[in-house]
Design a protein around this ligand. Structure first.
Ligand SMILES: Nc1ncnc2c1ncn2[C@@H]1O[C@H](COP(=O)(O)OP(=O)(O)OP(=O)(O)O)[C@@H](O)[C@H]1O
Ligand SMILES: [Mg+2]
Length: 260
């Protein structure tokens, strides 16, 4: 094989054999994945595969049931969410959780406040976010409910970036957005990578995710069924087969080999 030789760098996030659930429901059985600084790992998988649960456990919002989570080579599995935030983790939850009746700036301020930023430090952080997203700077006094879906997603990402995380996790940031806007969101992620941030992206948009990903993990019923460098996924059909299931690409249903 030819190609660039990658210098080994200590992973930012290392998840090993993660398990978690809700009461008797096991949502995550065995998930292992790694995110390196300046790289993007994409988690793909069908509805209910355990993608959101995996992010929630990493962020400390859902209790870990087994396995380990290392962040900057430190086991953080027992830490509360806000301690993980202080260490540099951020999560943009699904569904653009922004305050529609508040302005862009109020949303960013509240995001920063929730993440523990002191009032006097707020202006510097706001300036940093506006430098990154000039569209938000221009609309700082606009009520978020009046913004486009893409701009609202930018606000949600901006909120998470207020605390200058080294790992940004996003749960379907392209959800409900038009294709051109999805590209815009993805290019934001590419810029964050270039700035050295590690990104863990959950997506339903397979093509868009693969384009920006360095590594791809596909989940099925709480387990990893594909784990591959993005550049080695040359045949998207193979991935889609894993992603959508065999029934979707063949007419023969007899060779389905797992529970649906
Ligand atoms: N709060 C909850 N209480 C009980 N069961 C839950 C809860 N959240 C998720 N589950 C279950 O856990 C499993 C994994 O769900 P999860 O939301 O992690 O999947 P997902 O891959 O994010 O799905 P989607 O693509 O629909 O967002 C599913 O069977 C789901 O029904
Ligand atoms: Mg989900």
């Amino acid at each position: 094989m030819t190609g660039p030789v990658e210098v080994p760098v200590a992973p930012l996030l290392e998840v090993r054999n993660l398990a978690a659930g809700y009461g008797d429901i096991r949502a995550v059985w065995d998930v292992s994945l790694t995110v390196h600084p300046g790289k993007l790992t994409a988690i793909l998988g069908r509805n209910g595969a355990g993608k959101t649960s995996t992010l929630r456990v990493i962020a400390g919002l859902t209790k870990i049931g087994g396995g380990s989570i290392s962040f900057r080579e430190e086991d953080i599995s027992g830490l509360q969410t806000h301690r993980r935030v202080v260490k540099g983790m951020a999560l943009v939850q699904d569904g653009k959780r922004v305050f529609h009746r508040l302005t862009v700036e109020e949303n960013l301020f509240l995001g920063g406040y929730t993440l523990g930023i002191r009032r006097r430090k707020m202006p510097a952080h706001l300036t940093r976010i506006y430098d990154m997203f000039p569209a938000l700077g221009e609309r700082r006094r606009v009520v978020v409910g009046q913004l486009s879906g893409g701009q609202q997603q930018m606000v949600a990402i901006g909120q998470a970036l207020m605390a200058e995380p080294s790992l940004l996790m996003l749960d379907e940031p392209s959800g409900g957005l038009a294709p051109a806007i999805v590209d815009e969101v993805m290019s934001i992620l590419v810029n964050l990578k270039k700035a050295g941030m590690g990104v863990l992206l959950v997506e339903q948009q397979v093509e868009a995710a693969i384009e920006v990903a360095d590594h791809v993990v596909v989940l099925e019923i709480g387990r990893v069924i594909l784990d591959s460098p993005a550049r080695e996924i040359v045949d998207l059909d193979v991935l889609k087969e894993a992603y959508f299931g065999k029934a979707r690409v063949t007419n023969e249903s007899s060779d389905n080999d797992g529970p649906r």
